[in-house]
Design a protein around this ligand. Structure first.
Ligand code: F3S
Length: 382
């Protein structure tokens, strides 16, 4: 591959992987069963990124199941989203390059809810931090947090260097966290992730004291934990597969820590945009939203972001019709962080602690952080 016998895209990809392997001291390459590629929004890629993709697509093809992270717009309803024509044209070129590489055009940060769920101990090469954290910590699959180019290289060669979180010794917890308060709801799990991540930084924690957690709560925790810490995985007692003894270094997270996290995520009032679906909504969340919006009208721009796969389920169950009748939009393929929304809205209400971080960073929003139910109340102006 490195000698170019399998084409230029394979050679370039292997150069990237060999360089990475050398930097991190990997002894060999291992096969991966799936890949998730980040760096899909033209907003982040720019022309240089687009050129690189088109270069690879000339003779490259992916060898394993490969999915994409959110793009800069809904690929079908971008006009309704108010996306400028020139941006849409560039974004579609990016998508076409990925399509030519043989990639499934499913732009989501929750591939595990959209037909790509690896098994425990399976080696994968995923990019998006929340999906990486969920895969490592909840499913027990093994992936480093890949950059866009290294993920694409893994997809084109079907391999990744054997280092980092692929190895047992790097997956061990280094610090014990005792949660001394009851936690419930996606937003509280996001606040818990922020409070924990600030204390544990890059150390992988063993978290004890969380009595139960739903898929949606774990999805939220997995998104916010890597955002506010330096680690790409956690262990949660009773959730993460496998057993580990508790590390000696020990900290606690209390109700006061959670309250401080919530305070940190709340700027001043004046909401003009409501966004739920960071990470992309599950069908369960869409059902809850449909129930809350039934027979009501929203008075603020409201986006429910999800994967196309989940949207199809919502269409069949009648949830899309209920939500869209209220004036809220079900937006696929994109999210509040990667869509070019700077200047369009001032203050966003969201139930995602990660959404607050990227809403502030990428689109200069002020943020209000609340539960899904409270977000919907704000949307209808109740
Ligand atoms: Fe997904 Fe965008 Fe949030 S990629 S995790 S919805 S910032």
């Amino acid at each position: 591959m490195l000698e170019g016998k399998e084409g230029r895209a394979v050679q370039k990809s292997m150069e990237i992987l060999a360089a990475l392997g050398e930097i991190f001291g990997a002894e060999r390459l291992i096969p991966v069963s799936s890949v998730q590629v980040a760096g899909v929004s033209y907003h982040n890629l720019g022309d240089a990124g687009l050129e690189f993709l088109e270069y690879l697509a000339k003779d490259g093809k992916v060898r394993v199941k490969t999915m994409l992270n959110p793009a800069g717009m809904d690929l079908e309803k971008w006009r309704e989203m108010g996306i400028p024509e020139d941006f849409a044209e560039k974004q579609m070129k990016v998508i076409n390059a990925f399509r030519n590489l043989g990639i499934t055009i499913s732009c989501t940060c929750t591939p595990y809810l959209a037909g790509c769920s690896p098994k425990r101990d399976e080696h994968i090469a995923w990019s998006e931090s929340s999906a990486v954290c969920f895969a490592n910590s909840v499913i027990g699959a093994r992936t480093n947090r890949e950059g866009g180019p290294s993920a694409l290289a893994a997809a084109i060669t079907g391999r990744t260097p054997f280092y980092g979180l692929h190895l047992d010794e790097n997956r061990r917890p280094r610090i014990t966290v005792d949660v001394r308060t009851a936690v419930s709801g996606e937003h509280e799990f996001g606040a818990l992730a922020l409070a924990t991540g600030r204390k544990t930084k890059e150390k992988i924690p063993l978290i004890r004291g969380v009595k139960k957690a739903s898929l949606e709560e774990l999805k939220s925790f997995s998104a916010s934990f890597p955002t506010y810490s330096g680690a790409a995985m956690f262990h949660m007692e009773g959730i993460t597969p496998g057993r580990f003894s508790a590390p000696e270094e020990h900290i606690e997270v209390t109700r006061k820590d959670l309250e401080d996290a919530v305070k940190f995520l709340n700027d001043e009032n004046g909401i003009d945009f409501v966004s739920i679906g960071c990470p992309h909504c599950s069908i369960g969340e869409i059902e809850r939203i449909a129930r809350l919006l039934k027979g009501k009208k929203v008075s603020r721009e409201t986006w429910i972001t999800t994967s196309r796969n989940v949207k199809e389920q919502a269409d069949k169950k009648g949830f899309t019709q209920i939500i869209e009748s209220s004036g809220a939009k079900i937006v696929c393929d994109t999210c509040l962080a990667v869509a070019p929304l700077k200047g369009r809205f001032r203050t966003i209400a969201t139930n995602s602690a990660k959404g607050c971080y990227y809403g502030r960073g990428s689109n200069a929003f002020r943020t209000r952080f609340m539960s899904l139910e409270e977000c919907i109340k704000e949307a209808v102006g109740a």
